[in-house]
Write a protein that binds this ligand. Structure first.
Ligand code: FES
Length: 282
């Protein structure tokens, strides 16, 4: 094997992934891909070295799964479903619109590395197709004009809140309503502020969720991709209490998640992905 030219960053990312997942190669590769959006060659060599396995075996596993990529991808990944149901509902027209708009074919990345276009076979929500996924967010019943608008919004970051200038957005500090333990995690900032760290479960998935502690911001990070409209269960990571409140979201009727504001009062946020229902009682 030729010597690795692994960078210090790659070394620490790979080491952390191996510490977390041990010899579960797929999970290690997923962690690297999540960070870099592809599998850098030297990181692969370093994985082989650390796991004491032939490089060809690491490549064998990585190349078996279509979700792994060996070439750098764009900042935003836009995937159109071309499964049978989405295809008959106009999926190909969506691909053609994206191809025209971004001037790249499926599998390609724009020269400015902003977008990568991909297609998928079936994303499991055929009844509401055609489906387009942008950076993990699912959009249903897609039409050419809608997808053009989404590309424009994504390119300009219009779906993000204006944290610096919107005075309705301010930081809050919250604790668990049952054990009173803080839910803040300064070591994992979101929007530049300590995140609110909870665990969530949905459809047999269970993992962490880091919410922005800026009241009015909807930014978050999660261990798993959460499809739009999914209603999740939220838990305290310390005492594992269910954080569901008793009230329903005024916007969509899903259950609200309740946390205590340390300075006094309660904050409630909707448990449905994509819903912006939230309440603050000081
Ligand atoms: S065919 Fe597109 S989600 Fe199933």
């Amino acid at each position: 094997m030729e010597p690795t030219k692994v960078t210090i960053e790659q070394e620490s990312i790979v080491s952390a992934a191996i510490k977390k997942h041990g010899k579960v190669l797929i999970s290690v590769l997923q962690e690297i891909q999540k960070y870099y959006k592809y599998l850098p060659r030297d990181a692969m060599k370093f994985i082989a070295l650390k796991l004491d396995m032939p490089l060809r075996d690491v490549y064998g596993v990585a190349s078996f799964y279509k979700s792994f990529s060996f070439t750098p991808k764009g900042k935003h990944i836009i995937t159109t479903c071309l499964g049978t149901a989405c295809h008959v509902r106009g999926g190909q027209k969506i691909v053609d619109t994206i191809t025209q708009d971004l001037k790249i074919n499926p599998g390609e990345t724009t020269p400015d590395h902003m977008f990568t276009q991909e297609t998928a076979a079936c994303l499991g929500c055929c009844a509401i197709g055609p489906i387009v996924v942008i950076d993990g967010d699912y959009y249903s019943n897609m039409r050419p004009d809608k997808v053009k608008k989404l590309i424009h919004q994504t390119r300009n970051g219009l779906n993000k809140v204006d944290i610096k200038h919107d005075k309705k957005i301010f930081p809050i500090e919250v604790i668990c309503p049952r054990c009173n333990h803080t839910l803040m995690k300064p070591e994992h900032p979101v929007d530049g502020f300590p995140c609110i760290h909870v665990t969530i479960s949905f459809k047999r998935q269970h993992g962490w969720l880091r919410l922005s502690s800026l009241y009015g911001s909807y930014n978050f990070e999660s261990e798993f991709e959460i499809p739009m409209d999914t209603e999740a269960n939220f838990f305290c990571p310390h005492c594992h209490a269910d954080l569901s409140g008793t009230s329903e979201c005024p916007e969509c009727g899903a259950k609200m998640i309740l946390m205590i504001v340390k300075a006094g009062g309660i904050v409630q946020v909707c448990s449905r992905r994509g819903c912006k229902g939230h309440l603050l009682d000081i």
